[in-house]
Design a binder for this molecule. Structure first.
Ligand SMILES: [Ca+2]
Ligand SMILES: [Ca+2]
Length: 146
């Protein structure tokens, strides 16, 4: 898989393509019912959900949702978290606010807040009790900000 994925990344992973694809969204928080305008820097179709905190986005590759941690395979809650992300993201366009201070982790996964056209998936994983908070500095996003 890495050869093809690397090719896609090298074709589309430049900062130019990211800045050409930015915009804003109206996001509603299911817990507070507040609507917020957020900006994103990149977008693409989510074709695969690896688990509750990692998805695969066409043109971008693996994306690790920042500040959340969902259970690993075999752990309680794994299926629920993965299903939530599948139901909300798979086959849809997702919009990324990439962590400007730490754009990728050591595995090469893009670190980002993932939005659908109406939801902050990182935030909704927490709202629904499907993930716990995980803050790893350095990060563009303040602790507890997402
Ligand atoms: Ca995890
Ligand atoms: Ca950003």
């Amino acid at each position: 898989m890495s050869a093809g994925l690397g090719l896609i990344n090298s074709l589309t992973g430049s900062s130019e393509s990211i800045s050409n694809d930015s915009g804003t969204l109206e996001i509603k928080d299911s817990k507070t019912n507040l609507t917020e305008t957020v900006k994103y820097e990149s977008s693409g179709e989510c074709l695969r959900v690896i688990d509750g905190d990692t998805i695969w986005v066409y043109g971008i590759g693996d994306v690790r949702l920042v500040q959340v941690d969902t259970p690993e395979k075999g752990e309680s809650g794994y299926d629920d978290a993965k299903k939530f992300v599948e139901d909300h993201c798979r086959g849809k366009t997702v919009y990324l606010d990439i962590d400007d201070k730490e754009p990728a982790d050591k595995y090469g996964r893009t670190l980002a807040i993932v939005y659908t056209d109406s939801e902050d998936i990182n935030r909704e994983l927490l709202n629904n009790g499907l993930a716990k908070e995980l803050y790893i500095p350095p990060s563009e996003f303040e602790k507890g900000e997402i």
